[in-house]
Design a protein around this ligand. Structure first.
Ligand SMILES: NC(=O)c1ccc[n+]([C@@H]2O[C@H](COP(=O)([O-])OP(=O)(O)OC[C@H]3O[C@@H](n4cnc5c(N)ncnc54)[C@H](OP(=O)(O)O)[C@@H]3O)[C@@H](O)[C@H]2O)c1
Length: 331
């Protein structure tokens, strides 16, 4: 207190007690925030540059262990499959397009450089709404040792809520929220009963960290998925490492031709950043670019962010409508 009196209040020897206590309080809050900032910076440096990732095969693998990846036929999921196959995991993809999964699994096997097995299960998550639908999927996975489960499939369209079709609302909720909850549920005992630890990674999104207007169905369903992962991290910690992956903008077909300085073109940077944190964290943003891209979402006023996102969504929707109208004219 004496230090604050000398440094800040020396010019006001007769300052009233109320001013004195306000200055003490503000200084205290500033000090706490300074400590938080210092700790946050050291933690970031440690996670991105110093700490060694877990050996995933040693931690979650066995003799004949599988990584099961939903939406492994494209984009980030496909890259997860490539990364894990190179570590020696057998790969199982869950997706809706059988031919595409077969082709991608052939490529993954060839590129892995390991003697791995592959398989797939056909599942259109947009249409699966009941836990019994997911029990049917789980029954096709009972005979394999699942060491890692990556709940990655995701989809949406940038459209204001009022213009979003009922079918698209349903698909967005089913794919992004229902699929991670129900698939974790029907597989959790199988993973829990293994001798080794198991891992579950749930891919959420930076848009799941705030109520993102213009994308609100996606944002809300990703918030659900993100909470699910972080909550399960605690409940299942005895035998499992569960982590939410709040992914940032990545150049995949989901992103389309959208331009932004924070889009990461090299998908392997995104997946490496995520896999680096499994076993340590309950939540990751993956690579450094995506972690830095989260800063504005945390410090800018929510109203301002919502206004920007809503405008972007309206613009994209208008473009989509124009394209559709032109296509109709041509037919
Ligand atoms: N890209 C980004 O900027 C970004 C940002 C934040 C979060 N994410 C999240 O990251 C995850 C991966 O996205 P991505 O960017 O890699 O997108 P992507 O390239 O479009 O890949 C999405 C994957 O999910 C599958 N999928 C989509 N709808 C499905 C359905 N109804 N049933 C079964 N599978 C379905 C796709 O299958 P098909 O091959 O049949 O299409 C594909 O394999 C998603 O959860 C997404 O929300 C992405």
């Amino acid at each position: 207190m004496e230090f604050i009196d000398r440094a800040l209040l020396s010019s006001y020897p007769n300052a009233p007690a109320s001013l004195r206590y306000t200055v003490y309080f503000v200084t205290f809050i500033g000090f706490i925030n300074l400590i938080k900032l210092g700790y946050g910076t050291l933690d970031l440096i440690n996670r991105h540059f110093i700490r060694r990732p877990k050996d995933l095969m040693k931690t979650y693998g066995g003799n004949d262990t599988w990584a099961v990846v939903t939406g492994g036929s494209d984009g980030i999921g496909e890259q997860f499959c490539k990364d894990l196959s190179k570590k020696g995991f057998n790969i199982c993809i869950l997706g809706r397009n059988e031919q595409k999964m077969k082709e991608k699994l052939d490529q993954i096997k060839k590129q892995s450089g390991k003697e791995i097995k592959t398989r797939y299960v056909v599942a259109d998550f947009a249409k699966l709404t009941r836990i019994s639908d997911y029990e049917n999927i789980a029954s096709q996975l009972r005979d394999i040792d699942i060491g890692m489960l990556l709940l990655n499939a995701g989809w949406t369209q940038a459209t204001p809520f009022i213009d979003f079709t009922p079918e698209n609302i349903e698909a967005t909720v089913n794919i992004n929220a229902v699929h991670p909850a129900y698939l974790s549920k029907v597989l959790v005992n199988q993973l829990n009963e293994r001798k080794q630890r198991s891992a579950i990674i749930i891919t959420s999104s930076g848009l799941g960290s705030i109520p993102a207007s213009g994308f609100i169905t996606y944002s809300a369903s990703k918030a659900f998925a993100g909470f699910l992962g972080q909550g399960l991290n605690f409940e299942l910690k005895k035998k499992m490492d569960v982590m939410t992956f709040e992914c940032g903008e990545t150049r995949t077909k989901l992103m389309g031709s959208r331009k932004s300085r924070m889009i990461v073109d090299d998908i392997s940077r995104v997946t490496t950043g995520c896999l680096r944190d499994i076993g340590y964290e309950s939540l990751t943003y993956g690579c450094l670019t995506h972690e830095l891209a989260m800063i504005p979402l945390k410090i800018f006023p929510l109203r301002m962010l919502q206004s920007m996102m809503f405008k972007a969504s309206q613009k994209t929707f208008a473009m989509l409508q124009k394209k559709e109208a032109e296509a109709k004219k041509q037919n």
